[in-house]
Ligand binder design. Structure first.
Ligand SMILES: Cc1cc2nc3c(=O)[nH]c(=O)nc-3n(C[C@H](O)[C@H](O)[C@H](O)COP(=O)(O)OP(=O)(O)OC[C@H]3O[C@@H](n4cnc5c(N)ncnc54)[C@H](O)[C@@H]3O)c2cc1C
Length: 183
């Protein structure tokens, strides 16, 4: 959590919530970022990172660290019992389209750690073991109930960003931000 009164509450510190928190922090918007889990992911649920993601990472000044943490894929070789069936060069197949024209592999848990490190450098900590259990639209503010170690806290902010990937039907209808990543 940053020390300033948060303008945006961000529920969920997966890649979507972490990235949103970084963007808003870079823009000078105070955020409070929390996650119901005790720690960040320890396994990869994603391997390939698209060039467009790297382009966005460049805009917030983290792309070099992200690229340093992953692997540029030079070539995909298709093997069959009869031998090599195809070789697909991937080192610069997007040349002229993106400054990151290569296929890029980075496990999601490693990616999250890079995002967390940059957030911490910007003074934002992820609050762990903190679950969004309810919220209410008050018109010009949203009032959310956060549960931490069995204790409920009521907080108010201008916006609530749901980056928790919970299905919408369980939530009240509310014009709040819906964060999504592309599979
Ligand atoms: C098997 C598999 C393979 C995949 N492969 C790829 C791939 O190759 N490339 C790719 O780009 N993507 C891939 N994906 C998709 C990728 O993992 C997701 O797009 C990514 O995890 C979405 O990030 P997110 O931050 O939106 O959600 P999540 O990573 O699910 O994060 C949501 C966070 O919200 C927290 N949370 C939930 N409820 C609450 C609450 N009430 N209060 C507080 N916190 C809460 C959770 O603890 C979690 O940390 C794959 C997914 C799977 C399952």
């Amino acid at each position: 959590m940053s020390t300033a009164q948060p303008k945006v509450l961000i529920a969920g510190a997966g890649p979507t919530g972490l990235t949103l928190a970084l963007w808003l922090t870079r823009l000078g918007v105070p955020v409070r970022l929390f996650d119901k889990d005790a720690g960040p992911g320890e396994t990869s649920r994603a391997l390939a990172v698209q060039a467009r993601t790297l382009e966005f990472h460049r805009q917030i000044g983290i792309v070099d660290d992200v690229i340093a943490a992953g692997v540029k894929i030079e070539q995909l070789t298709v093997h069959t019992p009869a031998g090599i069936a195809a070789k697909l060069p991937l080192a610069d197949f997007g040349r002229g389209i993106s400054p990151y024209p290569f296929a890029f592999a980075l496990p999601q848990d490693v990616h999250e750690r890079v995002l967390i490190a940059h957030l911490e450098r910007a003074g934002v900590q992820v609050e762990r073991n903190t679950e969004l259990v309810a919220f209410e639209d008050k018109g010009n503010a949203v009032v959310a109930t956060l549960r931490k170690n069995g204790t409920d806290e009521t907080v108010s902010a201008a916006y609530l960003a749901g980056c928790d990937r919970r299905p919408l039907p369980r939530r009240p209808r509310l014009p709040r931000w819906r964060c999504r990543t592309h599979p």
